[in-house]
Design a protein around this ligand. Structure first.
Ligand code: HEM
Length: 455
């Protein structure tokens, strides 16, 4: 006796995919908008040989985010990352090994560890902006991309890479990055020049990291960085409790760098763009800095950064307006029931790709009042719109929510604290649109004038 109707979600046949798959990865915003208007929270779109079922909004998202890995699996949809991350890690291993590898990373981001990274965030930001002149024209995205690479190099990859090997490693990482184009999502091994370069860069990185890891292990020298955590970590319930190999450490470092690099630098950029475009919010955040300095002195620490609620809300609002990950995806390993807000129950068939969209969900008026308006105060009491379950999903949610969230906030706050204390900004172009052509979605170019000042 089966209570579940076996009705699959409505299928939207004949969607005009101009340019086929590439167009799909490049810009499905319109598709979501039209599909949601036509079918509501749950609908399926055939994309080439696959069917993609979208779950949109806070009523159906929990199905997606809470599902077990045996129901909604990541590796089938994210395995295009394998040639970039390398063998033996993340999507190249079974779920139980991946869970342990992410556990090792989580242990590298405990409160005490995060505290030890803050001075590095601060130092990198101070040094970087000290090189700016009295006034100049910049693009936030270019600047923050460079700065975040420096801070990530120091705190994730370690002292040796930051101090002695930075240029070389940054070049190789850039080669890896360039090897991730929309085509790679469907054909990660396609014989194209950027993939060949990616493979050469990955190999060279493995050689560099193997040397660094060996030198640390042999000298017994220890550092406060994620690399050290990976060197010390051991599997618990798999792989006979052994330590990570050099190849696995390299792969995990690349994976966390990829997860955190563009996402953080893009969010740092949007935060700046929106604060510069909304002087009231810039001034309020600058005022908060003055108060923090009065209370705690000039030094930035984990504690002082944690006090910056106004800045925190600006970052969260920038992330709500423009989450860098357009779609998060899973693969249905078994038929999967979903109940919509109107009480309809569908069963997503085994084999469907299932997708949730932070961008689209954040623009639903039932989640956020006047969603197109930049309004960081929506997160302040008494409104606290972020508390509606599964409304804000910029860091994902549930079982696979972002592990680097606190790291990201601290890093972005350290950067903006230094800037708010020392500079004013003026947008020379209108607030840019999001560039849906890139893999991680950031702002299109936008010129900004900075002017140095003293508080
Ligand atoms: C997962 C967003 C920064 C590491 C995720 C997910 C999202 C996300 C949406 C969920 C993906 C899914 O459900 O498929 C962001 C944003 C960031 C950010 C917007 C910055 C503003 C970082 C940083 C790191 C990091 C700095 C590491 C240093 C990870 C990892 C996962 C993850 C390891 C996988 C968790 C899992 O699958 O269990 N992130 N992230 N992220 N993020 Fe972040």
């Amino acid at each position: 006796f089966n209570l579940l109707p076996s009705k699959r979600p409505p299928v939207w046949e004949g969607v005009p995919f101009i340019g086929g798959l590439l167009k799909f990865t490049g810009g499905p915003w319109k598709l979501l908008e039209n599909g949601y208007a036509k079918f509501g929270e749950c609908f399926t779109v055939p994309v080439a040989h696959r069917r993609v079922t979208f779950l949109i909004g806070p009523e159906v998202s929990p199905h997606f985010f809470k599902a077990g890995d045996d129901e909604m699996s990541q590796s089938e949809v994210y395995d295009f990352n394998i040639p970039t991350f390398g063998p033996g890690v993340v999507f190249d291993v079974e779920q139980k090994v991946r869970t342990e590898q992410f556990r090792m990373f989580t242990e590298a981001l405990t409160k005490n560890r995060l505290k030890s990274y803050v001075p590095h965030f601060n130092k990198e930001a101070e040094e970087y902006f000290a090189k700016w002149g009295e006034s100049g024209i910049i693009d936030f995205k270019d600047e923050f991309s460079k700065l975040i690479t420096l801070t990530a190099a120091r705190t994730l990859l370690g002292r040796e890479v930051r101090e002695q090997l930075f240029e070389q490693v940054a070049d190789l990482l850039h080669g890896l990055d360039e090897g991730m184009v929309p085509l790679s999502v469907f054909f990660p091994y396609a014989p194209i020049p950027v993939h060949f370069k990616r493979d050469r860069c990955r190999k060279a990185l493995a050689e560099i990291f193997a040397k660094v890891i060996r030198a640390r292990r042999e000298s017994g020298r220890r550092e406060e960085d994620v690399l050290q955590q990976f060197i010390d970590a051991r599997y618990q319930n798999v792989n006979g409790g052994r330590a990570l190999t050099e190849e696995e450490i390299t792969g995990l470092l690349i994976a966390v760098l990829f997860a955190g690099q563009h996402t953080s630098s893009i969010t740092t950029s949007w935060t700046g763009i929106f604060m510069a475009a909304n002087k009231k919010h810039y001034d309020k955040a600058a005022e908060e800095q003055k108060e923090i300095i009065k209370k705690f002195g000039n030094e930035l620490s984990f504690e002082t950064l944690s006090e910056m609620e106004v800045l925190h809300r600006n970052i969260t609002e920038a992330l709500r307006m423009h989450p860098p990950l357009l779609l998060v995806m899973r693969y249905a390993k078994k038929p999967f029931p979903v109940t919509t807000s109107t009480g309809k129950t569908y069963v997503i068939p085994k084999g469907d790709v299932v997708a949730a969209s932070p961008n689209f969900s954040h623009m639903l008026p039932q989640c956020f009042k006047d969603p197109k308006a930049y309004d960081p105060d929506r997160f302040a009491p008494p409104r606290e719109e972020q508390n509606k379950p599964y409304a804000f999903i910029g860091f994902g949610a549930g079982r696979h929510a972002c592990i680097g969230q606190n790291f990201a906030y601290l890093q972005i706050k350290a950067i903006w604290s230094v800037l708010l204390r020392n500079f004013d900004f003026e947008l020379l172009d209108p607030v840019p649109e999001a560039d849906y052509e890139s893999m991680v979605i950031g702002p299109k170019p936008c010129r900004v004038r900075y002017t140095r000042r003293k508080l």
